[in-house]
Write a protein that binds this ligand. Structure first.
Ligand code: DAH
Length: 344
């Protein structure tokens, strides 16, 4: 047995001598020192020997395996150093090479426009209505009734509004104005909020109209709020959004939920008011609707119109983005053409 051990050791030492890589060392370790390795096979037979022989052969086997283990470790350290040096030489990094281009997505222009408008109003003290208080699927109550829209108003017609099959009175909201009601319900003034979101209308789609678009609603209710406050806030918004002191005008208009109501125009950004195709020769572009909150609307949510007044406004995000970036077709926002989207 002693000879057998020495013979195996000699073989192992020869294998080791011939080896030249870490992976070969791993093979040698497996062949001789693993559980199924040659030394272990011998150790298994120790139990058949006399006590004396067991001690002698056992300690010899241990010594030989220790020697082999040490030799393996030395070789491993040597090969590791060699392989590392080789790697460092061959895999040298040229830090002067230009980096690889990794394409990343961009923020959609409607999202960036919404974010920009929201940030302007936040800087003026408005906060955003929580999403659950601004649902896209609404009852007629929030979309129309509470907003003082008469039962026979043409906007309620199925030609204009999408009715769902959930229930007779459940619609896809046609305006974000319902968020005003949600924001006021159960709250006491001062209330100063904005609410961006999607709206739906049963339109024939063309360059100016899509049946899905986006609006941003605003509402400010407190004691002593006047039309002067409304003008001040909206003029400031337009000044920041269009980037200069562009003239505005407030044109008398009508909305069921505001009295008095107005539409706000800015001087045409294409022709500086001279009159062109974009502004149909008028020199003005309509940007939003607004007005003083109708007392009926305040009453509906239990706010006393003799104590409080307020103003509200609503604007189309697509329209504002189209004016700012001179985009002439609303459908461009929705058909995901990279040539368009890459420009933002
Ligand atoms: N909801 C109106 C629309 O969709 C826009 C609007 C006008 C909102 C006047 C308002 C407002 O809050 O006061 O055309």
């Amino acid at each position: 047995m002693k000879e057998q051990l020495e013979k195996i050791y000699k073989c192992a030492a020869e294998d080791l001598e011939k080896s030249s890589s870490i992976s070969e060392l791993d093979e040698i370790r497996a062949k001789y020192l693993s559980r199924k390795g040659e030394f272990n096979e011998i150790k298994k037979n120790l139990k058949n020997l006399s006590d004396e022989d067991k001690r002698v052969i056992g300690s010899l086997a241990n010594e030989i395996t220790r020697k082999l283990e040490n030799a393996l470790q030395e070789k491993h350290a040597e090969f590791y150093r060699k392989e590392l040096n080789q790697k460092l030489l061959t895999e040298r990094i040229d830090i002067t090479l230009p980096g690889k281009f990794t394409p990343i997505g961009k923020v959609h222009p409607l999202t960036s426009t919404t974010n920009e408008i929201v940030a302007i109003f936040q800087s003026l003290g408005f906060s955003v209505v929580p999403e659950e208080k601004s649902p896209e699927v609404e009852t007629e109550y929030y979309n129309f009734d509470a907003l003082n829209v008469p039962k026979d108003h043409p906007a309620r017609d199925v030609q204009d509004t999408f009715y769902t099959e959930i229930a007779k009175n459940v619609v896809l909201r046609s305006q974000t104005s319902g968020a005003q009601i949600h924001a006021m319900e159960g709250k006491n003034p001062p209330i100063r909020v904005i609410s961006p979101g999607r709206v739906y209308r049963n339109e024939n789609i063309n360059a100016r109209k899509n049946n899905l678009f986006h609006q941003i609603e605003g509402l400010y209710v407190d004691k002593d709020i006047t039309f002067g406050d409304l003008k001040g806030v909206l003029n400031e918004f337009i000044r920041i959004y269009f980037g200069s002191s562009r003239p505005t005008r407030f044109r008398s208009s009508f909305f069921p939920f505001t009295e008095p109501s107005a539409e706000v125009d800015v001087q045409c950004i294409m022709c500086e008011g001279k009159g062109c195709r974009t502004c149909s020769g008028t020199g003005w572009l309509e940007v939003l609707g607004c007005g003083m909150v109708d007392p009926n609307v305040l009453e509906v949510v239990g706010i006393d119109p003799d104590v409080y007044t307020g103003f509200a406004f609503g604007m189309g995000v697509e329209r504002l983005a189209m004016l700012k970036y001179a985009i002439d077709d609303i459908r461009l926002f929705f058909n995901n053409d990279e040539r368009f989207l890459k420009q933002f």
